[in-house]
Design a protein around this ligand. Structure first.
Ligand code: G3H
Ligand code: 13P
Ligand code: ZN
Length: 333
């Protein structure tokens, strides 16, 4: 049994409280490899932003949970080496789907876990979330639950249609489970194709797809029921068109890729939404940079020559999110 506090990590409790009071949101970036982690830590250290490092079930399968945990421990030391005196870094399990998986992460030093029972019947979601909370709270590990279903398809997160969170359920759910934060569904979704073209309109000037607006009325309803309670938004990548264009220019085939407009995320960050999940944008930034090197320098075969630019491009993206979208810069000095 390893306690995350011995690793220099923190849970989300204080971080979320300050974020809600301060009208900003904490970035939750997924990582699967060293270059992503380096870019996240460099960006957080340079901007002095609290940060949540997220490990999905797919990331565990790809990179190994033990290795990722030690990388996160190393990240705390690395942050200090970069001159960040008091790094506030959370190691979080993203979309945990069983009690056993959450327990395994908690026992290994994660400071926060998500138990995603959103696909289950309501009472089963309550029971599973409560079981995880009861275990996690013994070690002061914080727990994110979820109500409502996001549309989208990724390795381990699949749903054809979204179901908005029902504001009338949130008090009952959070009271019965004791969860520390709640992920809700207001129209965001996972991946780089968040909306079907038929759900969008087209900008006549650029020809680009314009997505339908998020359901801020549902968020307002949730905040009215649960004043000051930490709310989480998944599926919050913006799918930057310049990255999509670079990928397609250099041989990619991303069709109708579309994300959540940054203005909507800025608005959400000022509310009780205090954790915003971003994974796909980092994948796009990495892929765009690598494709460009492969296409323009075909004789290059040293991985550092393409993973290095990929890391730089991800770092630029993370800094942009922190400063211009979430407003979390300077909140962890
Ligand atoms: O919400 C899902 C995250 O983007 C993780 O995706 O399951 O492909 O690692 P993944
Ligand atoms: P994106 O696919 O929009 O980056 O969402 C990531 C996410 O919600 C991770 O849990
Ligand atoms: Zn998610």
């Amino acid at each position: 049994m390893v306690n995350y506090k011995d690793l220099g990590l923190v849970n989300t409790r204080e971080m979320f409280k300050k974020a809600i009071e301060g009208g900003y949101a904490i970035p939750a970036f997924n990582f699967n490899n060293m270059e992503q982690l380096q870019a996240i830590i460099q960006a957080a250290a340079e901007t002095k932003s609290p940060v949540i490092l997220q490990v999905s079930k797919g990331a565990r399968a790809y990179a190994n949970q033990t290795l990722l945990r030690y990388m996160a421990e190393g990240a705390v030391q690395y942050a200090k080496e970069l001159g960040w005196e008091h790094p506030q870094i959370v190691l979080h399990l993203d979309h945990g789907d069983s009690f056993e998986l959450c327990k395994s992460c908690i026992d290994m030093g994660f400071s926060s876990v998500m138990i995603d029972g959103s696909h289950l019947p309501y009472e089963e979601n309550v029971a599973l979330t409560k079981k995880v909370v009861d275990y996690a709270h013994q070690f002061d590990v914080t727990v994110e639950g979820e109500l409502g279903v996001l549309a989208g398809v990724e390795d381990d997160v699949k749903a054809e249609h979204h179901t908005y969170t029902k504001p009338e359920e949130v008090v009952d759910f959070t009271t019965k489970t004791g969860c520390d934060s709640l992920a809700i569904s207001i129209g965001t979704s996972h991946g780089a194709n968040k909306f079907k073209p038929e759900q969008c309109t087209r900008d006549p000037k650029t020809g680009r797809l314009v997505p339908p607006p998020l359901a801020f009325d549902v968020l307002d309803g949730v905040m009215k029921e649960l004043p000051g309670f930490p709310i989480v938004l998944h599926g919050s990548s913006s799918v930057p068109q310049e990255e999509v264009d670079t990928i397609n220019k250099y041989g990619g085939a991303l069709k109708d890729a579309i994300g959540i407009p940054e203005e909507e995320l800025r608005k959400a960050a000022k509310s009780a939404v205090c954790k915003i999940n971003i994974d796909s944008d980092s994948r796009l930034a990495m892929t765009a940079a690598i494709r460009e090197v492969f296409a323009t320098k075909p004789a290059e075969f040293d991985p550092r020559k393409y993973l290095g630019p990929a890391r730089e491009n991800m770092k630029k993206l993370y800094i942009h999110k922190i400063i211009n979208v979430l407003g979390s810069d300077g909140k962890a000095l």
